[in-house]
Design a protein around this ligand. Structure first.
Ligand SMILES: *[C@@H]1O[C@H](CO)[C@@H](O)[C@H](O)[C@H]1NC(C)=O
Ligand SMILES: *[C@@H]1O[C@H](CO)[C@@H](O)[C@H](O)[C@H]1NC(C)=O
Ligand SMILES: *[C@@H]1O[C@H](CO)[C@@H](O)[C@H](O)[C@H]1NC(C)=O
Ligand SMILES: *[C@@H]1O[C@H](CO)[C@@H](O)[C@H](O)[C@H]1NC(C)=O
Length: 535
């Protein structure tokens, strides 16, 4: 019996070897494919990988012969944090020499998977048909926790927390646990700024699964837009790779936004490899060079141009380093919750010049604000719908400045503990009481967040007579710029024990950035108090 098998095997091998030597490969490559298995099951992919999609979940993913989903949930999509897209049909909507474009339809729209002959992974994009007003839109993969051990964003590259850690930990808030040794684990620590991304994903010694977004115009909001990326799913242990392409909920005062029919999110690339971060980085640079993708036959997507200009302050200075934002024509809507169109950001150079490439044809509102640096003392915003460039940013007559703590901007950068990485619980390191002495203390003596009960005082001197001669002798202005505000903190603002005003949750709607590991920014607030002289 066993001898027989052995002979058979040898026989097959020799035949194959002979064949390969004289003809094209025996196993002719099949190329990209879509196959319907039954009413609500489809398999698609190419020779390297394939996915089996059911009504909601794609619970099977094979790559180079290995299953990558394991005990995890696989792929799904939905709005506002749910798995609410139910796929009713799949068709090939277009094909080129080396790819097919497969559209899965649901009531809300179409998710496309664009599958090339030799590419490990697929481009994906979603076309809106009937989405309700929403604050979150995302696709995601939940993959085998035994294969995907690490998470990588542009801010972190480290093991995902061990699932066992959650069992013994104390839940302290939304998706956040405290370990016996006092440290925290939370998915929010892996958050990042969407427009700063290069690529991100989850990986292990054999496989990596990545998201590469070379174009970012379908992301809502401005430079400061942030969302989640990768994490350990606390309930199941799945290794999760989120692709949140719309988020007007996390890290700001959330609002739902109406979405026009026909709007396209993407294409981005979902990319598979052997778990090498360097290779994913190389692929990301390839995608950047190819974006906007020529294969997407959509007139509006392909219709693009450049926008360039120069911004000057009305006092003659260039708007050096200003943050430039092309957003909604309705500039009265906060950038943090603009999200029905396409958005572009830039930073002006020293001369206030800026340029944006590959901007979709359309009408935009232009806003600009100080990003620190040479405009560190400028708290005013310029905005409007300008047909003519260059632009002038009207600033008030320069008043005499008594003091400023830190650079003016919309972030807590420059203050102690401010800035990346995201980390839960760091606000507890800020002191209850703090005294800042103008002329002696540095911006870095001031902390990024205040959360304990106490008093933060600023000591400054002033020369009354010089001020009177300086012009407006009637009053002074105290300007307070908050990078974010989370409720349960309330502040009284006083000057020489006289109350100027109180700030708290009745004045500011709470934004979740501070308790969701944010150390740089959330929803920006700006308050000014008029201070009469002589008290
Ligand atoms: C999907 O990939 C697996 C593993 O490589 C393979 O066994 C299977 O035949 C593929 N499915 C299709 C429909 O090609
Ligand atoms: C959880 O706590 C138990 C009891 O204190 C301990 O034996 C076990 O090692 C802990 N597990 C982890 C993963 O810390
Ligand atoms: C607390 O325990 C976790 C899990 O073992 C570990 O990763 C972390 O470094 C520890 N933190 C401190 C402050 O010891
Ligand atoms: C902060 O200052 C107040 C008033 O002096 C004092 O009562 C309080 O104990 C101080 N808090 C801390 C933590 O030192």
């Amino acid at each position: 019996m066993s001898l027989h098998k052995c002979i058979m095997l040898r026989c097959i091998l020799s035949t194959l070897i002979g064949f390969v030597a004289w003809a094209p490969p025996v196993f002719a490559s099949r190329g990209p494919f879509l196959e319907q298995i039954d009413k609500t099951t489809w398999t698609f992919g190419n020779d390297l990988w394939n996915v089996t999609q059911e009504e909601v979940y794609a619970s099977k993913l094979y790559f180079l012969g290995s299953g990558l989903v394991g005990s995890a949930a696989g792929h799904y999509m939905g709005y506002d944090g749910e798995n609410n897209f139910i796929w009713t049909s799949a068709v090939i909507t277009s094909r080129g020499e080396d790819y097919i474009d497969v559209a899965f339809s649901c009531e809300e729209g179409e998710l496309h998977w664009v599958i090339f002959d030799d590419l490990a992974g697929a481009y994906q994009y979603f076309i809106n048909r009937a989405l309700p007003d929403l604050s979150i839109l995302r696709t995601l993969w939940r993959l085998d926790p035994k294969l995907f051990l690490d998470g990588r964003t542009y801010l972190r590259d480290e093991p995902l927390p061990d699932f066992a850690l959650y069992q013994n930990a104390t839940k302290v808030q939304d998706e956040t646990w405290q370990l016996a040794n006092g440290s925290f684990i939370t998915k929010y620590d892996f958050s990042d700024y969407v427009r700063e991304r290069d690529f991100y994903g989850i990986y292990g010694p054999s496989f990596g699964s990545w998201y590469i977004h070379p174009g970012t115009d379908y992301y809502n909001s401005d430079h400061l837009s942030q969302t989640l990326t990768v994490h350990r799913e606390s309930a199941t242990g799945n290794s999760v790779q989120l692709n949140v392409v719309q988020d007007t909920s996390h890290f700001r005062v959330g609002e739902k936004v109406a979405q026009p029919a026909g709007k396209i999110w993407g294409p981005w690339l979902w990319y598979l490899n052997d778990g090498t971060v360097e290779d994913a980085k190389w692929q990301a640079s390839e995608e950047l060079a190819k974006w906007p993708y020529l294969w997407l036959k959509d007139t509006a997507y392909q219709s693009r141009g450049g926008v360039a200009g120069q911004l000057t302050l009305s006092d003659g200075r260039p708007a050096s380093g200003a943050a430039i934002f092309l957003g909604d024509t309705d500039t009265s809507r906060r950038p943090s919750v603009q999200g029905r169109n396409y958005y572009y950001t830039a930073q002006a150079d020293r001369e206030g010049r800026f340029s944006l490439q590959d901007v979709r044809t359309g009408t935009y509102g232009l806003s600009a604000w100080s990003n620190g640096g040479a405009l560190a003392d400028h708290h005013h915003l310029g905005r409007g719908n300008h047909k003519h460039l260059p632009l002038t940013w009207i600033v008030p007559e320069k008043a005499k400045r008594l003091f400023t703590i830190g650079d003016f901007g919309k972030t807590a950068l420059g203050f102690r503990n401010g800035g990346p990485p995201y980390q839960h619980g760091i606000s507890d390191q800020s002191p209850a009481n703090l005294t800042f002495t103008v002329g002696k203390s540095e911006a870095s003596d001031w902390y990024y967040a205040q959360s304990l009960v106490g008093t933060w005082a600023v000591k400054f001197g002033m020369d009354h007579q010089a001020l009177m001669l300086g012009g407006d002798a009637g009053s002074a202005t105290l300007s307070l710029s908050f990078a974010g505000y989370s409720q349960s903190t309330a502040m009284d603002i006083t000057i020489n024990d006289q109350l100027l005003g109180s700030l708290g949750k009745d004045i500011f709607a709470s934004d979740p950035s501070l308790y969701r590991s944010g150390k740089t920014s959330g929803e920006w607030r700006f308050v000014q108090y008029n201070i009469p002289w002589r008290f």
